[in-house]
Design a protein around this ligand. Structure first.
Ligand code: ATR
Length: 296
C-alpha cells in the first residue's frame, strides 16, 4: 500500500479518462515491487504552467504528456533531450533536482514495435497522416537507417510541411546525428496525397497509419488501404490501439502482410518513459497484459 515514501507519477492531458497509461504503469510498479503510484491528471490549458511548477514543488518524479499539451508544454520545461528537440513535442517529463526535462518516446515506441518484426535498414517507409503522431514517427524512422520516407496525408499542405521540416531539421542536426550509427544522411523524403498510397507501397516495405481512421468508436470506417493494394512483403503498423485490430490490419492480414497493432507502440513508448524515470528495463509482457485487461 501507499505510505510516506510513495513516489508520485502521472499523466497530464485533457481529457485523460480514456487513457490506459495508468493501468499500464501501475502494473509495472506492482510486478517490480516499486513504491510508486501513477495517476491521471486532467489539466486544462490555462493550468499547464501551474501543473508543471506544482509537480516540481511536490517532487513528482515523472509525467507523461498527452493531447493537447505535447507542444505547449515545451514552454514550461527547463531542458530537452535531442529527439524531443528535433520533433518539437514532448510526451515524457523527468523531474530531477527541480529541473523539468522533456523527452519524446512516441517515435522510439513505434520503432521498437517494428524492430520486433524487421530491421529498418535500407527500407522504404510510407506514413499515412501528418499530425502529431506522424511527426514523432517520421523523425524517428528517418534516423533509423531507412533509405526512403514518404508522408501521405488528406491535406497535402500538412504532408508537405512535415516532410520539409523533417528534411530541414535533419540537415541542421547532421553533426549530432553522427552519434546515431544507423542514420543514413542520404535518405530520400517525399510527400503526397492519400491517393498515392497504391503507387507508393508497391515498392514499400513498411506502412504506418498514424491517422485516426478506424479509431473507436469509428471502427467500421473505410480503411485507407484495402487488401488488393497491399502485399505480403509489407509490414503494416497501425498506431491505433483501440480496437486492438483495426480494419486496416484485417485487410493487411488478408493480403498476407505482417501486422503490428498500436498496442505495441503504446507499450514500448511507456517502457522507454519508465526507463528514463528509473533506469530500469520495463516488463513488456506485464504491460501488454495490463493494457489488454484495461480494454476488456
Ligand atoms: P495525432 O496527434 O493523433 O497525430 P492529429 O494531429 O489530429 O492527431 O492528426 C490526425 C491525422 O489524421 C491527420 O493527418 C489527419 O489528416 P488532415 O491533416 O488532413 O486533417 C488525419 N485524418 C483524420 N481523419 C481522417 C480521415 N477521415 N481521412 C483521412 N485522414 C484523416
Amino acid at each position: 500500500m501507499f505510505n510516506s515514501k510513495t513516489i508520485l507519477m502521472g499523466l497530464i492531458g485533457h481529457p485523460v479518462e480514456h487513457s490506459v497509461s495508468a493501468q499500464m504503469h501501475n502494473a509495472i510498479y506492482k510486478s517490480l515491487g516499486l513504491n510508486y503510484v501513477y495517476l491521471n491528471f486532467d489539466v486544462e490549458k490555462d493550468y499547464l504552467k501551474k501543473a508543471i511548477n506544482g509537480a516540481k514543488a511536490l517532487n513528482v518524479l515523472g509525467f507523461n504528456v498527452t493531447i493537447p499539451h505535447k507542444t505547449n508544454v515545451l514552454n514550461e520545461l527547463d531542458e530537452f533531450d535531442f529527439m524531443a528537440n528535433m520533433i518539437g513535442a514532448v510526451n515524457t517529463i523527468h523531474f530531477k533536482d527541480k529541473i523539468a526535462k522533456g523527452y519524446n518516446t512516441d517515435g522510439i515506441g513505434a520503432i521498437k514495435a517494428i524492430k520486433e518484426k524487421t530491421s529498418l535498414k535500407d527500407k522504404k517507409v510510407v506514413i499515412l497522416g501528418a499530425g502529431g503522431a506522424a511527426r514523432a514517427i517520421s523523425f524517428q524512422t528517418a534516423i533509423s537507417g531507412i533509405s526512403e520516407l514518404v508522408i501521405l496525408n488528406r491535406s497535402l499542405n500538412k504532408a508537405k510541411s512535415l516532410s520539409y521540416d523533417c528534411e530541414r531539421i535533419l540537415k541542421e542536426n547532421l553533426e549530432e546525428l553522427e552519434n546515431f550509427k544507423e542514420f543514413k544522411p542520404d535518405i530520400k523524403i517525399n510527400y503526397g496525397e492519400l491517393d498515392k498510397i497504391e503507387e507508393e507501397i508497391k515498392d514499400g516495405d513498411i506502412l504506418i497509419n498514424t491517422t485516426s481512421v478506424g479509431l473507436y468508436p469509428n471502427v467500421n470506417q473505410e480503411p485507407l488501404a484495402k487488401a488488393g493494394i497491399l502485399h505480403s512483403d509489407l509490414i503494416v503498423n497501425d498506431v491505433i490501439y483501440n480496437p486492438l485490430e483495426t480494419r486496416l490490419l484485417k485487410e493487411a492480414k488478408i493480403a498476407g502482410a505482417t501486422t503490428i497493432s498500436g498496442v505495441k507502440m503504446l507499450i514500448y513508448q511507456g517502457a522507454e518513459s519508465f526507463k528514463i524515470w528509473t533506469g530500469i528495463d520495463a516488463p513488456i509482457s506485464t504491460m501488454e497484459q495490463a493494457v489488454k485487461d484495461a480494454m476488456d
